[in-house]
Design a protein around this ligand. Structure first.
Ligand code: SP5
Ligand code: ZN
Length: 343
């Protein structure tokens, strides 16, 4: 199996985030996440870790709006030109507001931040866009592997992607890596995306909400008590021709393996029924029992079992890394999923 990564993820390392209750905490989505996975992969045979090139504009534009990409590319420099001081903690840009309606991009820096950034966990630093494009490039390279006929591929994406919408950053995410890969694959064939991160894949949901070519499924903590709060409810099932091509599987606080596997099996039945050519897995490991942001109770063997269940579909599978913040166990959990998936 080929696994893609980019050292450029190291360029993006925010120091803090702000929780919804106002707490400033150390940033959870850290560079050592990738380094931990790379270390664990050394023990694993039959795989090659390869450096990916950054995603190209054409790949990004299948998913994101041009004005949003322009914002990500330029906002930091605009801020410096406006007299902001670089090189300290405050040099991370945070949003300030949410518009009631979308339509006209604000001209002010604060206005743009409020318009394009949905929460206080997706700051923009000097090299954030570069790292995000490199991350998306990992997903594009892994997708290309499937197009070339591989049965398995994986992308060590950082920053992650599944909370990024068509024109929005949120929840550590800037570019939606899985959606960018899926959009590339969907130019040729039908694609399903199964999101197993602890948090609802609301960005991916938004991007394909009106599509019947990409089936999107997300298993996650019920948004009635967990981030991202506003989407990811079971009642949201797609719109227009996409009606019936999105499904959310909401789980209670403290969900254990048995209930999780049950949801996974129901989701995978939908995948099989859809008969896609490719299956993409947005793989978050914040469902782990000691994850600092999650409440679920999965252990390491559970990821092996989830891999087995996914393999049961008999489809070419691409794994795209999303969340997972228990750094000590992240590498083993990632390896367990790959081992469960098999060749
Ligand atoms: C990719 C990914 O996993 N993103 C997750 C972003 C979640 N950020 C919100 C964390 C909310 C923590 N709430 C703590 C409340 C403290 N009282
Ligand atoms: Zn998550």
């Amino acid at each position: 199996m080929n696994i893609y990564y980019s050292p450029e993820h190291l360029l993006h390392s925010p120091t803090f985030e702000i929780f919804e209750d106002g707490q400033h905490v150390n940033y959870f989505e850290t560079p050592d996440r990738i380094e931990a996975i790379l270390l664990a992969l050394r023990e694993f045979e039959n795989l090659q870790v390869l450096k990916a090139n950054p995603a190209e504009q054409t790949d990004l534009l299948r998913v994101h709006s041009a004005e949003y990409l322009n914002f990500l590319e330029n906002i930091y420099v605009e801020w410096l030109a406006d007299g902001a001081e670089a090189g300290n903690r405050a040099s991370a840009l945070y949003p300030t507001a949410q518009p009631l309606t979308k339509g006209v991009v604000p001209s002010s820096i604060s206005g743009k931040l409020g318009y394009f950034v949905k929460d206080l966990s997706a700051p923009i630093l000097p090299h954030t866009y570069q790292a995000a494009k490199a991350s998306a490039g990992c997903a594009v390279s892994a997708a290309q592997q499937l197009l070339n006929g591989a049965n398995r591929s994986a992308a060590l994406c950082r920053p992650p992607g599944h909370h990024a919408g068509i024109a929005s950053s949120a929840g550590y995410c800037y570019l939606n890596n899985a959606a960018i890969a899926a959009a590339k694959l969907a130019e040729h064939q039908r694609v399903a995306i199964l999101d197993i991160d602890y948090h609802a894949g609301n960005g991916t949901q938004e991007i394909f909400y009106n599509s019947d070519q990409v089936l999107t499924l997300s298993i996650h903590a019920d948004p009635s008590y967990e981030y991202p709060y506003f989407n990811g409810f079971a009642s949201e099932t797609g719109a227009g021709v996409g009606k019936g091509y999105h499904h959310n599987f909401t789980l209670a606080r403290g969900t254990k393996s048995a209930a999780y596997f049950d949801a996974a099996q129901r989701a995978l039945q939908m995948v099989s029924h859809f008969q896609p050519q490719f299956l993409l897995v947005s793989a978050g490991f914040d469902t782990y029992q000691s994850d600092p942001l999650g409440t679920f109770k999965l252990d390491t063997p559970a990821y092996n079992k989830i891999g087995n269940l996914i393999a049961g579909c008999g489809l070419p599978v691409q794994v795209v890394l999303e969340g997972g913040y228990d750094i000590v166990n992240l590498g083993n959990n990632f390896v367990a999923l790959l081992e469960g998936l098999g060749e």
